[in-house]
Design a protein. Structure first.
Lengths: 152, 501
């Protein structure tokens, strides 16, 4: 059985376009930093050279699709759930590490990563939500002396 | 030199040196064995932890992770047909068929011996060549440094997986990200979008873990809960190779070692390329090339030696020029700089304790790995049975703690999350991450040498090509890029011919 997925047939065209846009944006911004003189190179000179290169390469990637060498990009639908879960897990850790402390932040992070998977093994998740916070505190705060507080 | 060697022995054999070396290689083996934890992400995660130790000790541990992972990675390649690390992907080709034929033990034994020989050979080359190269580099001006860095970036791009244009675009993107922050020459903030957390630049640990560690986790999480490939079990008694095995693999190891040293020394080439090149060399020099992929012992002996030799010799450009050989060495370079050490031509003479301590620790660490990977192989095989529902949450939690503890800034975590999604998308759209990281580390240094060259020459752009050495370096670069383009065209034609015929 094949998995449900997004398929972007003009993958090269899309990603080449994105790279060109970033290159063009960086080029435009770089010009604003001032080129300076040949002897005293300004803050913009090197960024302009590099973003010009990026723009050129982005256009070259777009050209792949014109010569029939473009490739489709395939993203399985499951990646949406995995991505959301992973970002939620990291963001929750970031939001709670200072207010609630290490133990709660780790437990919440474990919870969201477990949700990110395609099937949830609740027994493992619950066990990990107890064990991993304690282990992290022992290893990183006690063992390695990092500046991490158990509770907020 | 003897004096330095003695200092090195003292550092490496101190209780702290031995302990951290043991921790490094053990962690490295674990990271190598478990698929989905990249070496680069792990080294960057561990980097902040080493700040509390003297630089020599910290570097001994980080390098231990680096070469230890190469040993562990082949175990997974052979037993599960999954590359434990990218460098050992090529070992799947003949190692896994050997395991299916009931010769897993022999394959593991040969890869471990090959890794050991490659590492020791590489370490000796490192000891011998670093001084002459440093002496040569002492005459380098800014234009030569710029040339070597351009060579490294172009080589990395030329040998990248998905073609030159994509890799060069990623290199450029990496350089631009590296320039984010306040420009030290003019005091202007560049590409910060007014965010104060970016004034000091983008933190490398968040980028490295976001781009190299988490996309793998994300890819695995998004797969349906299919059962992992079965692990083939192995006993110690099965490990002894026959005389025939040894006779066939010895010349492969010698060839692999030479290939590995060559690619390790070249900036930008690195161990991944070395292992693939060595596989090609073995196949081309075999009387039965068609049998490769069915369990040929030469196909694991050569690449494993090459991979490990390249890892050790990649320290040569990193330490004596300050130009990293590949993206993982870029992290090692950053670790050195954080420790207040400026790698370059004077490194070996100014810090003999670190340089020689590192080399002696390579010898000790590889001996430890021999013990870890032969008698204790059963332990690692058990580790492969850890279910994903435990492994992935643990990886994400350790990544969060690691990134946060560097600067205690929650914003770094959002950056890491963004990089994880970006890294996953980059994979789907076939863009390489290693050139981006190499550009990120080298970008600011290149700008400095770019400016200095023009300042010293009073604004004459001919200065970039003013010496014979710069010409030589750029010609080497053109040759490498040309060769890679020619090779790609050849592969495309072969694929097309196969599709047609």
């Amino acid at each position: 059985m094949s998995e449900p997925k997004f398929e972007i047939f003009q993958g090269s065209l899309v990603i080449g376009g994105v790279l060109s846009l970033i290159g063009a944006g960086a080029l435009w911004t770089g010009l604003g930093y001032g080129m300076g003189s040949m002897m005293r190179v300004g803050a913009g000179a090197f960024p302009v050279v590099v973003s010009g290169l990026m723009l050129t390469c982005g256009l070259a990637v777009m050209a792949e699709s014109l010569w029939g060498r473009g490739r489709a990009a395939v993203i399985p639908l499951g990646a949406l759930r995995a991505g959301l879960g992973l970002v939620a897990a990291i963001a929750t850790f970031a939001l709670t590490i200072q207010s609630l402390g290490l133990l709660a932040a780790v437990a919440l992070c474990v919870f969201f990563v477990s949700l990110a998977g395609q099937s949830v093994n609740w027994r493992h998740t619950l066990a990990l939500m107890v064990v991993l916070p304690l282990a992290s505190w022992l290893i990183f705060a006690l063992g390695l002396g990092q500046q991490l507080h158990a509770f907020g | 030199m003897l004096d330095g060697l003695l200092q090195g022995v003292e550092v490496a054999l101190s209780w702290q040196g031995l302990l951290m070396c043991a921790i490094g290689v053990t962690l490295g083996t674990i990271i190598g064995v478990l698929p989905g934890i990249g070496v680069l992400a792990s080294v960057s995660l561990l980097m902040p932890i080493t700040f509390g130790y003297p630089p020599a000790i910290g570097l001994i541990m980080l390098s231990g992770v680096f070469y230890g992972a190469a040993y562990g990675g082949s175990t997974t390649s052979i037993l599960m047909n999954l590359p434990g690390t990218a460098n050992t992907a090529v070992t799947c080709l003949d190692g896994h068929p050997m395991a299916q034929q009931g010769r897993a033990g022999v394959a593991l034994f040969i890869t471990t011996i090959a890794s050991f020989i490659g590492s020791i050979g590489g370490a000796i080359v490192l000891a011998v060549l670093s001084m002459p190269l440093a002496n040569l580099a002492r005459n380098f001006g800014s234009q030569e440094y710029l040339a070597v860095m351009v060579l490294g970036l172009m080589a990395a791009a030329a040998f990248a997986t998905y073609g030159l244009a994509r890799a060069m675009a990623m290199t450029a993107l990496g350089i631009l990200i590296g320039l984010i922050g306040i420009d030290l020459n003019t005091g202007l903030e560049r590409y910060t979008f007014g965010m104060p957390s970016l004034f000091d630049g983008v933190p490398i640990v968040a980028i490295a873990i976001g781009l190299f560690g988490l996309p793998e986790v994300l890819a695995n999480l998004s797969r349906r809960g299919e059962a992992p490939p079965p692990v083939i079990s192995v006993t110690l008694r099965e490990m002894l190779p026959t005389r025939e095995d040894m006779r066939r693999s010895t010349p492969s190891m010698v060839r692999g070692g030479l290939v590995g040293c060559l690619f390790g020394i070249l900036p930008g080439a690195g161990s991944l390329l070395a292992s693939f090149m060595s596989y090609a060399v073995e196949r081309n020099s075999s009387k039965t090339p068609e049998k490769f992929g069915t369990g040929m012992i030469e196909g694991i002996a050569g690449p494993e030696t090459a991979n490990n030799a390249a890892i050790q010799t990649a320290f040569i450009p990193t330490l004596s020029l300050g130009v990293p050989g590949d993206s993982t060495m870029a992290i090692v370079l950053v670790a050195l700089i954080y420790h207040g050490i400026d790698p370059g031509p004077n490194f070996v003479t100014q810090h003999p304790d670190i340089f020689w301590g590192l080399i002696v620790s390579f010898l000790i660490g590889n001996l430890m790995l021999l013990v870890l990977n032969l008698p204790f192989i059963g332990l690692w095989v058990k580790m492969l049975r850890i279910p994903n529902s435990i492994l992935y949450p643990a990886i994400v939690v350790f990544s969060c703690i690691g990134v946060y503890s560097v600067r205690l800034m929650p914003s770094d975590l959002y950056l890491m999350a963004g990089c994880a999604v970006l890294g996953y998308l980059m994979r789907s759209f076939r863009l390489d991450a290693p050139p981006l990281l190499l550009g990120f580390v080298l970008g600011p240094m290149m700008e400095e040498h770019f400016r200095r060259t023009l300042l010293i020459s009073r604004g004459d752009p001919a200065a970039f090509l003013s010496t014979g050495l710069t010409w030589g370096i750029y010609l080497l670069m053109i040759a490498m890029v040309g060769w890679s383009l020619w090779r790609n065209a050849l592969t495309r034609r072969r694929v097309k011919a196969q599709a047609a015929g």
